[in-house]
Ligand binder design. Sequence first.
Ligand SMILES: *Cc1c(COP(=O)(O)O)cnc(C)c1O
Length: 404
Amino acid sequence: MRDHDTGDGTDWTALRARFHLPGGLIYLDGNSLGPMPRAVPERVRRTVEDEWGDMLIRGWNDAGWMDWPARLGDRIGRLIGAPAGSTMVGDTLSIKVWQALDAALRLRPERRVILSDSGNFPSDLYMAEGLIAALGRGHELRVVAPEAVADSIDADVAVLMLTQVDYRTGRLHDMAALTARAHGAGALAIWDLAHSAGALEIDVTAADADFAVGCTYKYLNAGPGAPAFIHVRPDLHDLIEPALSGWLGHAAPFAFDPAYRPGPGIARMRVGTPPVLQLAALEAALDIWDDVDMVDLRARSLALSERFVRGVAVHCPDLAPALPPDTPRGSQVSFRHPEGYAVMQALIARGVIGDFRAPDILRFGFTPLFIGEAEVDAAVATLADILETAAWDTSEFRARKAVT
Ligand SMILES: *Cc1c(COP(=O)(O)O)cnc(C)c1O
């Protein structure tokens, strides 16, 4: 069915109907925690009651729980251009960053520099610091401005580690160009797709990325605490020595061999027991993606976010765009305001949910799966009213909560 509003081939109305969206809310925070797909409760109930409840330990074989991390990994692989057998689900993203970085550093033993940028998510940088300390081999984390990355790739760099879409500003790095540059200098490239998987077209194979990691609770809508994923380029699988050498990454976990031997292919990126209940939610969430055309999704996400940017430019002169005009960006738009925290709290109190990122960023995610033009226009109008009337200027809205 063609959608008359957008002229593309995707039925956005039908996609939106697959989400539980509480009334009276405009949810512009799917980039932080995606909304609940309606199919999740029944899918999780089945796993809890019919599988765990009735099968008990037999569920590992009879319900196939043990294979879910690889099977769901392949389904995510399809969304990021990864061939089957090269993506594994498990753990949290921070852990997957550690695994990828450790593996990459071992592949470049003669080099000492990890290059990243100041737009990277702090956890990725913290994990790099922690790994450097744990290795104790004199590695250095070099963090440069996003614009300076390309020219900072030199023969000292072992690994280029970047998040493709800047979590704060939405800036989009050119994955293929920077990976080519890294390879040209003899370095490897790790791409964090936390803010791009499910937000735009990604082709890790065409980009020749060595490693890619990401999470499933943001644009992929698998729910709070849903596990992460890791992709490794197939020709590297057998070269990787896993640092997190847990039993489920072993070549024969149920041989209970006292010595570790890495499993075949991407299986060696597994660590321990998979979070089965959360994987059931992920599976239901991934069903939606079977019906999404990523080209249409990207076009509509840009159209919606540009509509928001134009509306803000006209009606909210106090807000400064976080990026210079025409900078490539992901599916989110950010603005700076000195009282950004209070402004966002006032907005949330009126049912428009975005988020705030220190020190002064108001961030809005546009996810065409459940956001349309009407929501964009209403969000602009509410934001404009809050700024015009200074409705944000109260002690209640200034008081910081634990999670921003
Ligand atoms: C959301 C996000 C994380 C969060 O990591 P968790 O271990 O899943 O909490 C890490 N890195 C980036 C780039 C993110 O956007």
